[in-house]
Design a protein around this ligand. Structure first.
Ligand code: GSH
Length: 267
C-alpha cells in the first residue's frame, strides 16, 4: 500500500495478510516508554493489540527476535516489521499514518509534529528531554540507591521546572504567542513532547513516593499542573495509562527488592 503524505512524498507501507494492517505493541504495562507509543496510536486512531512482556524476568522469543540490539520494550510490529526505541516509534507512527485534514481544514488524523522546521526541532528537543532525562531520572528513583538515588531526587524536580519553562517558551514561539491551549506550543491537541511525558499522569505520585519528595505545586508550576489535568482527561490517554494504585504497589515492591539486594551486597 502506498500512503501519500501531506508533503507529497510517497511512503511504502506494506499490508499484512489479507490486505489489513496488523499492528502489535510489545509492551510492559508499567512502562512509560510503551505508554507513549500506545497514546500516539490512539491519537492517530490506529487499531493495535498489546503483546505483554514479563520484564525484566522473562523476555519472549518474539521480543528477542524483534529487538535483538536492546532487548527492551516497546517494540512496534507493523505488518511483521519491527521498530524499536520509543522516540523512533513515535516518528514512525507520524510517517506511517500521516496527518490529514478535511475540506474545512479540520484535522481528520492529528499531527504529532507542529509542521514547521523550527517548531518541529523544538518538539523533538523536548520529547528527547522527556525520554532521556525526565523518565530515565524517574526510573532511577525506583532502581538506584545511595548517592545516585539522592541525585535523581534533586534532578527530577529541576527537570519539572524545565518543562514549565518549555511549555511557556514553545507557546510564546508558536502563532506569535497567541495560542492559549494547555499543551506544548499552546496547542489544544498533544504533540510529540506531550505524548512522551503523558505517563506522568499515572507516574507522578509513584515518583514522589519512591523519592520521598513532592513536585512543585500549581503556584510554582501553573503550566505543568494545567498540562497534567488536561492530559489526564484525553480519551487517547486514559486507556493507555495504568491505575495509579496498582503502579504504586508494583513499584514499591520492586524498590524494596532493590534495597534488599543492595544491603545484601554490602554485607
Ligand atoms: N530508550 C528506550 C527505553 C526502553 C526501556 O528502558 N524499556 C524497559 C522497560 S520500561 C525495558 O524493556 N527494559 C528491559 C530490561 O529491563 O531488561 C525507549 O525509549 O524505548
Amino acid at each position: 500500500m502506498d500512503v501519500e503524505e501531506a508533503g507529497g512524498r510517497v511512503m511504502d507501507v506494506e499490508e499484512g495478510a489479507g490486505g489489513a494492517e496488523v499492528v502489535q505493541l510489545l509492551n510492559l504495562w508499567a512502562s512509560p516508554f510503551a505508554m507513549s507509543c500506545a497514546i500516539a496510536l490512539n491519537i492517530k486512531g490506529v487499531a493495535f493489540t498489546y503483546v505483554d512482556e514479563d520484564i525484566p524476568y522473562q523476555k519472549s522469543p518474539l521480543l528477542l527476535q524483534s529487538n535483538p540490539v536492546y532487548k527492551e520494550v516497546p517494540v512496534l510490529i507493523h505488518n511483521d516489521k519491527p521498530v524499536s526505541q520509543s522516540l523512533v516509534i513515535l516518528e514512525y507512527i507520524e510517517e506511517a499514518w500521516p496527518p490529514s485534514w478535511d475540506a474545512a481544514g479540520g484535522a481528520q488524523r492529528a499531527a504529532l509534529l507542529p509542521g514547521k522546521a523550527r517548531l518541529n526541532a523544538l518538539a523533538r528537543f523536548w520529547a528527547q528531554y522527556g525520554n532521556c532525562k525526565f523518565i530515565e531520572t524517574g526510573l532511577k528513583l525506583m532502581k538506584k540507591v545511595g548517592e545516585e538515588h539522592e541525585a535523581a531526587r534533586r534532578d527530577i524536580v529541576e527537570q519539572f521546572f524545565w518543562f514549565e519553562k518549555g511549555l511557556a517558551e514553545t507557546a510564546a514561539e508558536s502563532a506569535g504567542g497567541g495560542n492559549a491551549g494547555p499543551f506544548f506550543f499552546g496547542n489544544d491537541c498533544p504533540c510529540l513532547p506531550d505524548i512522551v511525558m503523558a505517563s506522568l499522569v499515572s507516574w507522578k505520585e509513584t515518583y514522589e513516593s519512591l523519592g520521598a519528595f513532592t513536585f512543585p505545586g500549581p503556584e510554582q508550576c501553573p503550566r505543568m499542573h494545567r498540562w497534567l489535568s488536561a492530559m489526564a482527561q484525553l480519551p487517547a490517554v486514559t486507556p493507555a495509562v495504568p491505575d495509579k494504585a496498582r503502579l504504586l504497589t508494583h513499584c514499591t515492591l520492586f524498590r524494596e527488592a532493590v534495597i534488599q539486594a543492595a544491603a545484601a551486597a554490602k554485607s
